[in-house]
Design a protein around this ligand. Structure first.
Ligand SMILES: [Zn+2]
Length: 457
């Protein structure tokens, strides 16, 4: 894939060839197997000759649910150029790369992740603020009228939540640490039960799949599981210990897939150094599953921190539909400044239009178990529920990530997850969906549900 447009985005230069305008029409009926197919015909009108402005503008209009024809797009892009540029810089994580410090895993240290920064209230994602300005300045345009805009989420839903799990450490030795912690705090009863639970099922310590599935199933939820296909004995010491080719994993993955859970790739630690190449990992998982894999999350959230575009390009080339790695390491929130899906490959528009009409979305990871305290149930629950409340308030998307292997070892995380599921089940305006379903909705479904106008009938 050509990276000319991406280079232009990163450097602020113009692309060497003028962006191509999409002219195709979206199919009226999109099936699961065509998740990466065409999207709405008005979604990729890169008519401006400035890739950064076009990209920022197209993400803001997507967030607003506004479909513009090329002339309208040109007017809006010119009018809102400074806003669009700010959006583009934030979404492409350029603010992180410039002058960044890196941790021992080579990940950019962003201010929100610094250990000495006190956890304050979760700020509003920057792009949602910019969107309000954009709407305010576009009131005179027909396409921005509320009744002409596509809904952000399905009818009756105010916000969206994807439940996901990284499968890192599914078979861990029995741990008595939580029991000891309870004993030290004088809670003998809890210590007793914590002591008993892993002991009763020593073969299952860390094997939390049935616990998670049982809880989610009780509320009618389904989640996504990201499995690695690269065991550490063949790769890096930070890679996972398990080998997914073992019979125990083969039957587990087949069962999850059969029962409606989504299987995605947890790409290996050294993926950004091509060890092994991402495409090989996707192929390996697809072969085992005998079906398409749509999404990926990088193990250790270790994408190419010097040049995130290289990681996104590799994902695009591997045929993936979405990434869900962009999140903070230590606290909940919106790292790219947006609580919604967004496109990762703006400058690739010409390639997308000319050949395989595909897109790569980011579903930003916004809350993970590792963001929560391990020893304070009430605090862990409060942080998780506050995140849901904020997401609901701004009508956003929350992507939750609870790791396999801590169900018994870290009760505070388990209780927070239980509270999350109960809260979501009680909220009729919460849309809990698989990441691949949310992708399909963002790219196709919401535009089809919009009342057809004379322009796109
Ligand atoms: Zn991991």
């Amino acid at each position: 894939m050509s990276t000319a447009g991406l280079d232009a985005l990163a450097t602020g230069r113009r692309a060497s060839s003028p962006p191509v305008i999409a002219t195709g029409r979206a199919p009226r009926h999109e099936t699961d197997s065509r998740l990466c197919g065409e999207s709405h015909p008005f979604r990729h009108r890169y008519s401006a000759n400035d890739t950064e402005t076009s990209y920022g503008m197209s993400q803001i209009t997507a967030l607003a649910g506004v479909a513009l024809d090329p002339d309208e797009f040109a007017v809006v892009a010119q009018r809102l150029s400074p806003i669009a540029r700010r959006a583009a810089r934030r979404l492409s994580l350029r603010h992180e790369v410039t002058g960044a410090l890196f941790d021992e895993h080579g990940r950019a240290i962003v201010s929100s992740d610094k250990p000495n920064v006190p956890a304050g209230p979760i700020e509003e994602p920057a792009l949602h603020r910019l969107l309000r300005v954009a709407i305010d300045r576009s009131r005179d345009m027909e396409a921005w009228r509320p009744d002409r805009r596509a809904p952000r989420w399905p009818t009756g839903k105010r916000y969206a939540v994807a439940l996901t799990h990284d499968v890192d450490d599914a078979e861990r030795p029995v741990s008595y640490r939580p029991a000891i912690r309870y004993l030290q705090s004088g809670d003998v009863r809890r210590a007793y039960w914590e002591f008993r639970s892993p002991r009763r099922r020593p073969a299952s310590a860390g094997w939390d799949f049935d616990d998670f599935c049982g809880l989610e199933d009780r509320f009618g939820f389904r989640s996504a599981w990201y499995f690695s296909v690269v065991p550490r004995r063949d790769a890096h010491p930070c890679d996972v210990a398990y080998d997914i080719r073992r019979r125990r994993y083969r039957s587990l993955v087949a069962r999850l897939d059969r029962d409606g859970w989504e299987i995605g790739l947890h790409s290996s630690y050294a993926t950004r150094e091509d060890r092994p190449p991402l495409r090989q990992q996707v192929d390996r998982l697809q072969q085992q599953l005998a079906r398409r894999v749509f999404g990926v999350r990088h193990h250790y959230l270790r994408w190419n921190a010097n040049d995130p575009r290289r990681s996104w390009c590799a994902q695009f080339d591997a045929g993936l539909a979405y990434d869900t790695s962009v999140g903070f390491l230590r606290r909940p929130g919106w790292r790219a400044g947006i609580a919604a899906p967004y496109h990762l490959l703006p400058g690739a528009a010409p390639d997308i239009v000319e050949a395989p009409r595909r897109e790569l979305l980011e579903l930003p990871m916004t809350l993970a178990d590792m963001h929560l305290p391990t020893d304070d149930d009430a605090a862990a629950i409060a942080i998780a529920l506050e995140h849901l409340r904020r997401t609901r308030e701004i009508g956003g998307l929350a992507v939750l990530n609870w790791h396999v292997g801590h169900w018994h070892g870290t009760p505070a995380w388990r209780r927070a997850y239980e509270a999350v599921c109960e809260t979501l089940a009680a909220d009729r305006e919460a849309w809990v969906a698989l990441p691949r379903t949310i992708c399909h909705w963002w790219r196709v479904g919401r535009w089809q549900s919009r009342r057809p106008s004379r322009d796109d009938r």
